[in-house]
Design a protein. Structure first.
Length: 312
């Protein structure tokens, strides 16, 4: 009997220890403010996917009122929309703000972003319905700004230093390197604001429904999709070694020679002088061959026929 009681006591004591350990383990190890500051830091360092994960962690682990939760989901929606261009996840975040936290203080801006997401997803009918729904709601003021110092406003829309850095970061490197002073950044900011103003004015005139605009947008999307597809398909086997470059140079030395007006070689440039150019030429030649092989393979697979005698 004593052994049974002792065994029961030990078992209960061990279970209590295990429960206490699990409960302690389930508690966050750091304060919520630090997690949110960390998420903001990731955002400001352009680590957008990581920032979303930390904001979600903040939501999952810490208590907060509905307004703060709405603000966090709105920030996540902005990251998906403005930074990652993932309009489906952005729409999901904005819809959560709208439907799970009704009456929040950022409803007006959320409604606008929902419409923008639907437009990006080419769901014009849904976008119109969302506009109609938003028109029946009381407007409210946006209280949560994006990370960074506010450096400009377009009406009630804030543009932060983080927004400016992101826009500059989207430029090609050779252009980005030239915007290196406050004066040049101010000039770029003015151009960015002008583009936004022109875009808003064009939308007010209904140009987003213009047939030429719709067709142009389709063709631009089509060309971009083709470009990305070709980049993925053709760039698979584009690695070249120093030996490849040397062999290519030896086979095309005439291309890297200085010639006089009479066409005669004045000086043969050594490989060390033209190695980068030869490497670029080799890659371009390989890309052209890969492109031709891809087109031929796809035309054969799709049984394409071209009737030369019927071409006027």
């Amino acid at each position: 009997m004593k052994r049974s009681i002792l065994f029961l006591f030990v078992t209960l004591f061990a279970a209590a220890l295990q429960f206490a350990g699990c409960s302690k383990q389930g508690q966050p190890g750091v304060s919520g403010d630090r997690i949110r500051e960390y998420a903001n830091a990731l955002y400001n360092r352009e680590l957008y996917a990581q920032a979303v994960r930390e904001y979600q962690r903040y939501l999952d682990l810490y208590r907060m009122d509905d307004q703060e939760r709405a603000n966090i989901y709105y920030i996540m929606g902005n990251i998906y929309f403005e930074r990652l261009h993932d309009y489906e996840n952005a729409l999901a975040a904005y819809l959560k703000v709208k439907h799970v936290f009704p009456g929040n203080l950022i409803q007006k801006e959320t409604d606008r972003q929902i419409v923008a997401c639907l437009e990006r997803l080419h769901r014009s009918t849904d976008a119109k319905q969302a506009l109609d729904e938003a028109a029946s709601l009381d407007p409210s003021r946006v209280t949560e700004s994006r990370p960074g110092t506010v450096i400009a406003r377009i009406g009630d829309r804030e543009i932060t230093s983080g927004d400016l850095a992101h826009q500059i970061g989207q430029l090609p490197e050779y252009i980005r390197s030239q915007i290196d002073t406050p004066e040049k950044k101010r000039e770029f900011l003015e151009q960015y604001i002008a583009t936004e103003l022109f875009y808003d004015a064009a939308k007010r005139q209904g140009l987003d429904r213009d047939k030429e605009v719709i067709e142009g947008a389709f063709q631009a999307k089509k060309n971009l999709m083709v470009q990305q597809y070709l980049t993925a398909e053709i760039s698979r086997d584009m690695e070249i070694s120093p030996e490849d470059v040397e062999l290519y140079y030896q086979a095309h030395q005439d291309r890297y020679a200085e010639k006089g007006e009479d066409g005669r070689v004045k000086r043969q440039k050594p490989l060390g002088e033209v190695r980068e150019q030869a490497a670029r030429d080799l890659v371009q030649e390989k890309q052209q061959k890969a492109y031709g092989a891809l087109v031929e393979r796809m035309m054969r697979a799709e049984k394409v026929e071209i009737y030369d005698d019927r071409i006027p």
